[in-house]
Structure formats: C-alpha cells, structure tokens
Design a protein around this ligand. Structure first.
Ligand code: MEV
Length: 422
C-alpha cells in the first residue's frame, strides 16, 4: 500500500505523537527514535514553539574562535558550524595579526529598509510626487507602530521612492528606512509597511501588492580591517599570493562565489551561534557583492607603504540581540554572554571581523600549500568516524589516511580492520 504524506492535524499533535507517525512512515528503529527524543540543550517545547511540525532538534558543533582582538578588546567568539577547518581558520588568521593590533571595526548604522510595491497606475511619476508629499504622515504612521522601538531611540528615518519599468507595467516602489537599533528589525519594518499599504493606495488610487523588508541591508554595513606583517604570515610571496587571489576573485564571478562562500563560512557560523537569521545575512551579502555591476569580492586585500598586507571587508549585517531565537534559545543567549557585546552594532562588527579572518586563512592556504593539507587532517577524522573508528582509533586512522594521502572511506575501513586485528 502507498504511504500517504497527507496527515491530517499533524501540526496539532505533540512532538512525541508526530515522531511516532514518522517512525511508522519511515520504519525508524528504536535507536533512531531515541536520537530524536534527545533534544540536547533546547527543550522540546521551545523547539515546538519556534517552528512547525517539530519532531526533535539537530545539534551542530559549537567552537570558540580564540586570538581575536577587536578594537583593542580580546574577545572569544562562539561559532556554530558543521564544517571542519572553519573555526581553526579564524584562530590562525587572528593569531597572525594579534601583535599588530588585531581588528578595527565600524558600522554604517542600524537602518533597515522595507519595500512597498504600488501597481495598477498609469502615472507613476505623479504618484511618486504624491507619496513624497506624505513623508510626515508616513513618519507618524510608522512610529505609531512601535513605541518600544521609539523608546530605544529607533524608528522612522527616511523614505526613498523609485519608479521601476517592468515587462508588466511601471511600478512605484517606496522604501521606508527605519532605525531598528538592537533588533534585526524584520518584524518592525514589515508591520510598518503593512500599515502604510492602504494609505498609499488611498493617496494614489493604485494597488499595493508586496510590503516586506529588503535583505539587501546596505544601510547596515559592518566594516573591519586588519594589518598582517610579512614576517607574521611567512614572507612577501605569501602576501603577494593573497593579493593575487583577491584580484582573481574580484574579477571573476566563478572564483568570487567560492571566495565569498569562504567568508560566509565564518560569518554564518557566528550568526547561527547567536540565534540570528543566517539566510537574511547571506542574501544581503551576496546581493551586496553585485553592487558594482558584477559579482565581486566582499573583501579587499592590498599592500601598504611599509609592505604589510592590509585587508578590509564591508558587508551588510542585519543581526540583532533581541527577538526570535536570539532571546529564546538558551545557547544563543549564552553565546551572546561569551561574546560580551552591549549592542547589535558591536555584534555585527565582530561578525565582519570573523569574515575577514576567515578569508585571510582561505586565501593564504590557497596561495601556498593548498586547502587540502589543513582540511584533510580534519576531514580524515570524519572519514575515520564514518568507517566506524571510535575513541583513540579516530586519530590513529586519520593519521594513516593523511600519511598515505588517501583520505577515503574504503582505506579507512581496511586500516581499521588491520588496527583492530593487531
Ligand atoms: C571552503 O568551504 C571555503 C573555501 O573554498 C574558500 C575559498 O576558496 O576562498 C576554502
């Protein structure tokens, strides 16, 4: 008999009831069910409130990036990631610039944008003028939506209005620009945009469809910079290799995608560890990387007049300290305590520094020994575990695989059999 995924009332069941249904549907054995029942450091009720149709939770390793000095302050940074080498890369990059002052950061502000899409109009330029005249009303409507944000010094800041000519027809796109302070701000700006929509329809006679934030948070840019001396990184040829790798990425989208992915390895790990929205930050970063007409590097690498390697990054960073999982997930809260930031801007700047550090290590490896050397020893441990190695066997098998330059599961299994036979 065909199994049906049409399960009526699934969302109303308890997590245990849902798990039982999934167990039957997918023939899970008792051992697997126990894995789902162990929800680790987040209570099942919380998980059930955060998302829908919950049956369990899924743990991700949490590592601490050490050696990070940011604006003169030593900082420990929690990173949640399943990828080997990511945490080590940040520690290594930070160690090599620590004595030279570490990272210096800044922030353009905590402004988020929401868009309101007006259609069904024959006179877009005229409508644009009508909306401009209502700027004070718009400000009042937006600010009335969020007294708490206002009490924290946030609220409406400005509008931008553009006419876009599409295949369908002209549309008038209104941006409301809102200071969301320590909140990521999606809820705040979406509420304001929804409140404004009927007013814009009244003022113009058009129809509003979409009213939603933009993840291209280019008024919330986090910046970081650092200086690496040639002595600390292994010489001038390493410096030149890093700069050349950067130039490659900045002029070739195929390389830039991988280059920026490496940056996001670090960025997303801290975003996740603090309960923030990884997809929002990733979307913003990649969209921002195209702002000069083609997809380019989010970092810059240059040589200063003393011959030092200098790196900088500028990246949209819509993260908050309040709201959503940040305030509810016990580990996200604890991670924020470890980082010790006082406001969302500080967190954003720290994340930018992590992105720069990550990129430094990737480019240094790629321009010298290649990525596989460092990667492979950690990857070899994963392969050893996949082959069934436990305890001390993991290190032993991983070392054999690396020594043989054959990091493969079949070799790991062979070596494990040999080891156990000894
Ligand atoms: C791997 O996850 C990330 C790198 O590919 C980044 C890069 O190539 O710059 C190593």
């Amino acid at each position: 008999m065909n199994k049906s995924s049409r399960i009526s009332g699934f969302h109303k069941m308890s997590a245990a009831e849902r798990l039982n249904i999934v167990k039957t549907f997918s023939n899970l054995n008792d051992e697997t069910v126990k894995l789902f029942e162990n929800t680790g450091n987040i209570p099942i009720d919380l998980a059930d409130n955060l998302v829908e149709n919950v049956i369990g939770t899924m743990n991700i390793p949490l590592g601490i990036a050490t050696n990070m000095k940011i604006n003169g302050q030593d900082t420990l940074i929690p990173m949640a990631t399943e990828e080997s080498s990511v945490v080590a890369a940040v520690c290594n990059a930070a160690r090599q610039c620590y004595d030279n002052g570490g990272f210096t950061t800044s922030m353009s502000g905590s402004l988020m944008i929401a868009q309101i899409q007006l259609v069904n109009i024959t006179n877009p330029e005229y409508c644009k003028a009508l909306i401009w005249e209502k700027k004070e009303d718009i400000k009042e409507i937006c600010n009335a939506c969020d007294p708490i944000l206002m009490s924290h010094g946030g609220g409406f800041k400005d509008i931008e209005i553009r006419v876009i000519h599409t295949n369908a027809a002209a549309m008038v796109i209104t941006h409301i620009i809102v200071d969301t302070r320590d909140a990521m701000g999606a809820n705040a700006v979406n509420t304001m945009a929804e409140k404004l929509a009927p007013e814009i329809e009244n003022w113009t006679g058009g129809k509003v469809y979409l009213r939603i934030l933009s993840n291209l948070a280019d008024k919330r840019l986090a910046r970081a910079r650092a200086v690496w001396t040639c002595e600390s990184i292994g010489g001038e040829s390493v410096r030149d290799g890093i700069i050349s790798a950067y130039e490659f990425a900045d002029h070739d989208p195929y390389r830039a995608a991988t280059h920026n992915k490496g940056i996001m390895n670090g960025v997303s790990a801290v975003v996740l560890a603090t309960g923030n929205d990884t997809r929002a930050v990733e979307a913003g970063a990649h969209a921002y990387a195209t702002r000069r007409g083609s997809y380019r590097s989010l970092t810059h690498w240059e040589k200063d007049k003393h011959g030092n390697l200098v790196g900088s990054i500028e990246i949209p960073m819509a993260v908050g300290l309040i709201g959503g999982a940040t305030k509810l997930h016990p580990i996200a809260k604890a991670n924020l305590q470890i980082i010790g930031v006082q406001n969302a801007n500080q967190l954003a700047e720290i994340i930018a520094a992590v992105g720069l550090a990550q990129n430094f290590s990737a480019l240094k490896s790629l321009a010298t020994v290649g990525i596989q050397k460092g990667h492979m020893s950690l990857h070899a441990q994963n392969i050893a575990m996949m082959a069934g190695a436990i305890g001390e066997e993991i290190e032993k098998i991983a070392k054999i695989l690396v020594d043989k330059s054959l990091v493969r599961i079949d070799i790991a299994q062979e070596e494990l059999t040999k080891l156990r036979g000894q």
